[in-house]
Design a protein. Structure first.
Lengths: 312, 262
């Protein structure tokens, strides 16, 4: 065994042990399923995926990259299929086609008169179609279903190591490049004027996004991963006017929905990806209604108060 | 000597957006420590000239030097502060007024020691905080420091964006329409602030539609309508005859090689 792999497995065991400390605080009937090793791995994967999706989703929401996230996640499919054909680990193929597609989108946008939304729709449906065609030729439909909709309960060691690696890389990148990323998201022109390499920041952020999507495939699947890249950030945006707080809230929403969704999917025996996304959507709905400043209730209350005072 | 190096120097500079020429054959030289107003009709390439300096537009041909070096080198050195027209800014961004001004220091923070760059912002070098507070005071926005940027009025936003440029304490201030859509008190405050910066030895280069303020405050006026129509003292350049020539974009007005502002 490679030293790196044993290090990763050791880290996974340590993190699992930490999580189990928290699980032990739960009531008996909720904690019971987590006695199984596959449930512990599913829990750890969900927490990691919820956290990095939460981080990235702030940038996706503020930069209006929702469609780009959708495009990259769909474009991952042919990569998975080709990797399967060649006997490679699926994430290598996924990462390559995801990254190639985002480069292709950028190239079409820059060098032709086609607008960005059309470029994205065009590229990702083409890639997705290619993936469907290859998979229909080589694999069973259960296999396809697992890729499309995730299969967190069947997470293998290799996939968990990838998720861990992706989490470490994402966390480090956002920590080390916090200011350039913030400035590029807020005001790219200013970033340019201050001498930052905006091209490198742009493609770096796209690569991080691709990495996060690939790491989330097993948990929520290709179709629903984009929800985890939009909903936590959108929820957090309703709740705060400070970027660091938005990151923290978004991570909280991501992790909460991943864990609660996982537990619900086991208890109710429903698809884990769908359960996770529904919990996230429910959290968004609550924020939309009840957020202290930007929520609908607060807005209507303020308008009503304004009317009252202007009448008297 | 640094004093003799022009702040901005262009030789036969051409630029295009999507194959459409926006600037043709611009040759000019702006000395340091002066206030220059760039005047011209809409779409005449005024903003493009600034975009060439901040690097969001690449020159097609010709040469551009900032303080005798390439614009990229001067951007990295933190010598160029830029205030955009802010038409497509995302004002919903979750950031306070103070943190917005602090982003003006982000370029300089790259030169801080590594541990300060990676630590939370309370551990940042005190010079950054001081510059931010001074800039907020200068535009009279200190009382709004904790407010989200999106809650401010148009004039207040402009003042905050000016504060961000000031906080950089750069040698050159580039301003794209700093007075557009601004209430009269904010306009007076912005002009006063720029006057103070110029007296402190900084170079102010401002794109403007506001002729009265250019007449009163600028040392030089650049008339641009795709080509350089004229360059000189405000009284001379903003005469009716010159402005009429600017409107039609007269090429012949300045064909005699390089003109250096007095």
């Amino acid at each position: 065994m490679l030293p790196l792999e044993s290090l990763a497995l050791g880290t996974i065991d340590a993190l699992t042990a930490l999580l189990m400390l928290a699980v032990d605080l739960l009531p008996e009937n909720l904690a019971a399923p987590f006695e199984y090793r596959f449930m512990q791995r599913a829990l750890l994967t969900s927490v990691l995926v919820g956290a990095i999706c939460g981080l990235l989703s702030c940038y996706v929401v503020l930069k209006r990259w929702s469609l780009l996230g959708d495009a990259i996640s769909h474009a991952v499919l042919p990569g998975v299929a080709i990797a399967y054909l060649l006997g490679w680990p699926f994430f290598i193929g996924a990462f390559i086609t995801g990254a190639l597609t985002s480069l292709g989108i950028g190239a079409i946008e820059r060098h032709t008169r086609i607008k960005s939304d059309a470029a994205m729709g065009l590229m990702f449906t083409a890639a997705f179609a290619l993936g469907i065609v290859i998979i229909s030729k080589i694999a069973t439909s259960t296999h396809l279903l697992h890729i499309l909709f995730g299969n967190v309960l069947g997470v293998k060691d290799s996939a968990l190591i990838l998720t861990l690696l992706a989490s470490v890389v994402t966390l480090l990148a956002i920590w080390l490049a916090y200011r350039p990323l913030l400035l590029y998201t807020f005001d790219p022109q200013q970033a340019q004027a201050l001498g930052f390499n905006t091209g490198a920041i742009h493609y770096g952020l796209i690569l991080l996004l691709t990495l996060t999507i690939v790491a989330s495939l097993e948990t929520v699947g290709i179709i629903l991963v984009v929800a985890m890249l939009i909903t936590p950030g959108a929820t957090a945006h309703l709740l705060t006017d400070r970027f660091p707080r938005m990151l923290a809230i978004s991570v909280g929403v991501g992790v909460t929905s991943a864990v609660v969704g996982l537990v619900l999917s086991v208890k109710l025996d429903v698809a884990s990806g769908g359960a996770i996304v529904l919990v996230a959507s429910a959290l968004f709905l609550v924020a939309l209604l009840a957020a202290p400043k930007h929520g609908l209730v607060a807005r209507h209350w303020r308008r009503w108060r304004l009317n009252q005072t202007s009448q008297t | 000597m640094t004093e003799t190096v022009p702040a901005l120097q262009a030789r036969r500079l051409c630029a295009a957006y999507h194959q459409q020429p926006v600037l043709e054959d611009i040759t000019l030289s702006l000395p340091q420590g002066q206030w220059t107003a760039i005047v011209g009709p809409n779409g005449a390439g005024k903003s493009s000239l600034l975009n060439l300096v901040i690097g969001s537009l690449a020159p097609l041909r010709g040469e551009l030097r900032v303080l005798g070096e390439s614009p990229a080198a001067q951007r990295r050195a933190g010598n160029i502060a830029y205030m955009a027209q802010q038409e497509n800014m995302e004002w919903d961004f979750p950031i306070s007024v103070r943190d917005t001004v602090l982003t003006g220091r982000y370029g300089l923070m790259r030169h801080d020691p590594l541990w300060r760059r990676l630590a939370p912002r309370h551990w940042a070098d005190p010079s950054h905080r001081q510059a931010v507070e001074a800039a907020l005071d200068a535009v009279d926005m200190a009382d709004y420091a904790m407010r989200p940027i999106g809650e401010l009025s148009g004039g207040q936003k402009k003042r905050v964006m000016l504060a961000r440029a000031l906080a950089q304490q750069a040698r050159i201030l580039l301003l794209d329409e700093p007075l557009a859509g601004v209430d009269p008190p904010s306009e007076a405050l912005i002009l006063d602030t720029l006057e103070r910066e110029r007296r402190a030895g900084r170079t102010v280069i401002m794109v403007t539609h506001d002729m009265p303020s250019a007449r009163v405050h600028a040392d030089n006026v650049l008339l641009i309508n795709r080509t350089l129509v004229g360059m000189g003292a405000p009284d001379e350049m903003l005469s009716d005859a010159m402005l009429a020539r600017l409107a039609v974009g007269d090429r012949g007005a300045l064909s005699g090689g390089e003109r250096v502002a007095a």
